[in-house]
Design a protein around this ligand. Structure first.
Ligand code: GLU
Length: 312
């Protein structure tokens, strides 16, 4: 099969080989799916979305969600569809299906990882993690993963701040990313601070929104049943999600725009059911359908979406 790198910007799903992920074909990668919602059904929806990412391959999985003031984490080795556990209601959830790179397949090593105020999922490889791990002599690591080191590095910085706000959280994320080499997608929640934060470099992250919810995922099938308003994070782009808005600090002046992909209903149904099967015909139909800019959001400094007239 020819190896082609798909064009992943601007909803153009072109040049794809058969039977592969529309984002990075032919790779074994973990899945990330996170929801911030006005409803309290995000736990089940996150699990449903993770199932749609099963084609990426995984050995264990987990979710973290807000319950009152706390962030609760549940982890499992094995298949998501074997789960019998019922989860309580929550309006913010992050989920992860792991493809182990650092440490064996155990519940402790599966994600999310919690350290102090931070609960995090990570896709990718933190190449210089050992150097950083060695510098935390007094911390007892629960897992063997590179990912827990990122959670610890973040938490160490959070501990230094008395009044957390978006500005200082974003600054912390930037600082930590500068210390990490390798490819990553990181999504995390902060105890007692609403919203979900995400950043990527090399590994894919896609965002989506509808009226009541915002999504962050490794790939479109996770939330295709819920919206076709999507966008792709740039390398080093940081976003903060709430039910109503996605705030990007990488784009100029905190705006993030969306392009509506004109995916016909019957096509999205089919893709949703068989997320690993994208025939060339399907992709061509999707990519040839007229792309229309219908929704443009300019996020002001208070996080309110305002319509954006110019577009660059
Ligand atoms: N390096 C991390 C781990 O081994 C993340 C692997 C993944 O992308 O699933 O847990």
């Amino acid at each position: 099969m020819t190896k082609l790198q798909p064009e992943i910007r601007c909803g153009k799903l072109t040049k794809l080989p058969l039977l592969q992920s529309p984002v990075f074909p032919g790779k074994k990668m973990c899945g990330i799916f996170a929801i911030s919602s006005n409803n309290t059904t995000t736990n089940q929806s996150t699990i449903d979305g993770l199932k749609k990412l099963e084609y990426r391959g995984y050995d264990s999985w987990g979710i973290a969600f807000r319950e009152n003031e706390k962030v609760i984490t549940q982890k499992f080795v094995g298949k998501i569809s074997d789960n019998k556990k019922e989860f309580s209601a929550s309006s913010e959830t992050i989920g992860h299906s792991r493809w182990a790179t650092h440490g064996s397949v155990t519940k402790e090593n599966s994600h999310p990882h919690s350290v102090g105020k931070i609960t995090l999922v990570h896709n990718g490889i933190f190449e210089n993690f050992q150097d950083h791990k060695n510098s935390f002599k007094n911390y007892k690591f629960i897992s063997e993963t590179d990912s827990e080191v990122i959670a610890l590095m973040l938490d160490e910085e959070f501990k230094k701040i008395n009044n957390l706000d978006h500005e200082n959280i974003i600054q912390i994320i930037k600082n930590i990313c500068q210390q990490i080499t390798g490819r990553f997608a990181i999504v995390f929640m902060v105890e007692n601070f609403p919203g979900i934060f995400a950043v990527r470099r090399g590994s894919p992250l896609i965002i989506g929104k509808n009226e009541n919810e915002t999504y962050i995922a490794s790939d479109i099938p996770a939330f295709l049943a819920k919206t076709n308003i999507v966008n792709y994070l740039d390398d080093n782009e940081i976003v903060s999600n709430s039910p109503k808005y996605i705030k990007s600090v990488f784009q100029k002046n905190f705006y993030k725009y969306f392009e509506e992909k004109r995916i016909l209903n019957n096509e999205s149904d089919r893709i949703g059911k068989q997320p690993n099967i994208y025939s060339v015909g399907e992709i061509n139909r999707i990519s040839r359908a007229p792309l229309r800019l219908t929704t443009q959001f300019h996020i002001d400094q208070d996080g309110r979406p305002v319509e954006r007239k110019d577009f660059d």
